[in-house]
Design a protein around this ligand. Structure first.
Ligand code: BJ8
Length: 426
């Protein structure tokens, strides 16, 4: 990586803390990703993106800002990238997946807060996230209680925090609220950027995001093959890069990789042997660089073939039908697309488990690992009923609760290995 010290200094990063973070991440990436066997050539692009995730990509954001474009950071897949693109903005994900400065985070948050929220605060207080520091607007959303209340603490720490209200039920009034909130967000984006959202610009934004999601859906479908043409770790990485990269370049790179994977499937080339136990992960999102669980699973004799998660299927599976010729119609279609998302903050939320079963069938998974972050009430609450339902349907399920630390890695590995053994005997 080139020397970006000047850029990081201008962004106000704490250089020593940032160096320490990059050092740990670089080492983990080498150990976890680069040591894998039989990786597709197309992963080289994503290795490059990761090697420059705090370098070249941030330089691109700064160049975009110099041209008058706005960088909009967000923490949730309910924030529509389509609207951000419609004002020629740049959308970046801000969820954090590393244990960093937990002590700092715990000075403003209760100890029993999930690792994802704590990590985001640890990054902010430690001044180590260039995406957060580069954002003109940070968008929060009233999803779980942890996020909702933590935005009150975040507000004085960032330049412009904008909070979106969120429905909690899939009702007509819930949908009306979501559409109103998207209208309000569109107005905010217009005010910040000084650009008007037109039917053409919104359609273009929708097309760009649809193409990105279609590429990821293509990747998902290819993972149905046995042997699996790509590891779960690499597929997760692509789903994580989804939130940072330039959308058009990302789409092209995923499609190039998929061309290669199609050839692999034809030749029955895989990353693991055929008949390796196949697992789905379902539950909380895994923000970059949260690779702990997939690494433990894929080093325990199983391959991950899908992620029922916002960093995965829940974020990418619906495409917006943008046929309307009016602004209001397009906003309706956008709302319809996002209102499908079956996050556990909704009550009741039956479509989620139904989709896990559907995914298991389509992708040939013989077991599910339900992953919850400690203190994440929505997903922990849902995990019992999800497990019961899946087990009743003949899908063995293992429920795990963890955080970003490595302390429980040995214990988790023992439980995962026992679960894989159960699948092998089945
Ligand atoms: S749509 S999953 S991205 S809210 S892990 S912070 S839920 S206590 S991340 Fe999410 Fe949007 Fe839903 Fe997806 Fe709270 Fe749980 Fe923490 Fe979570």
């Amino acid at each position: 990586m080139a020397d970006y010290t000047k850029m990081w200094t201008e962004l106000g990063l704490d250089l020593a803390g940032h160096d320490a973070l990059l050092g740990v991440l670089g080492g983990a990436y080498t150990d976890i990703f680069l040591s894998q066997k039989n990786r597709p050539e197309g992963m080289k692009y994503f290795d490059f993106v990761m090697s420059e995730v705090h370098g070249l990509r941030i330089q691109e954001l700064m160049d975009a800002k110099a041209q008058g474009r706005k960088v909009i950071g967000s923490y949730c897949v309910f924030v529509p990238e389509e609207l951000i693109l419609a004002v020629d903005g740049v959308s970046v994900g801000l969820c954090a997946g590393a244990e960093f400065n937990s002590e700092g985070a715990e000075t403003v948050l209760p100890r029993n807060t999930c690792a994802l929220i704590k990590s985001a605060f640890g990054f902010k207080l430690g001044r180590v996230c260039p995406y957060l520091e580069a954002s003109n607007v940070v968008v929060g959303e009233n999803t779980c209680d942890g996020k909702k209340k933590s935005y009150e603490m975040l507000a004085p720490m960032v330049k412009d925090l904008y909070v979106m209200d969120m429905p909690q039920m899939k009702s007509a009034s819930g949908r009306t609220l979501l559409k109103e909130e998207y209208k309000r967000f569109a107005a905010k984006l217009e005010a910040v950027s000084g650009k008007k959202i037109t039917i053409e610009s919104l359609k273009k934004g929708i097309d760009t995001v649809n193409a990105k999601r279609a590429a990821v859906k293509r990747l998902t479908a290819l993972r149905a093959a046995d042997p699996a043409p790509i590891s779960g770790l690499d597929a997760l990485l692509i789903n994580q890069v989804f939130f940072y990269d330039d959308p058009v370049r990302f789409t092209a790179s995923v499609n190039t990789l998929c061309d290669e994977l199609e050839e692999r499937v034809k030749k029955r080339t895989g990353v693991f042997a055929a008949k390796t136990p196949r697992l789905l992960i379902s539950g909380c999102p895994m923000a970059v660089p949260n690779w702990k669980l997939p690494m433990l699973i894929e080093s325990s004799g199983a391959v991950i073939v899908g992620e029922e998660s916002c960093v995965g299927e829940r974020g990418a599976r619906w495409i917006t039908d943008a046929k309307s010729q009016t602004m209001d119609g397009l906003l309706d279609q956008l709302t319809d697309r996002y209102f499908n998302i079956d996050c556990a903050i909704f009550t009741p939320n039956p479509s989620r488990v139904a989709y896990v079963k559907d995914m298991a069938k389509k992708l040939g998974a013989t077991g599910v690992i339900h992953y919850s972050l400690q203190f994440c009430q929505p997903y922990i609450m849902e995990s019992g009923p999800v497990e019961n339902d899946l087990e009743k349907s003949g899908i063995p399920t293992l429920r795990l609760e963890t955080d970003y630390s490595q302390e429980d890695a040995g214990q988790l590995k023992t439980r995962i290995e026992a679960f894989v053994e159960r699948l092998q005997k089945k």
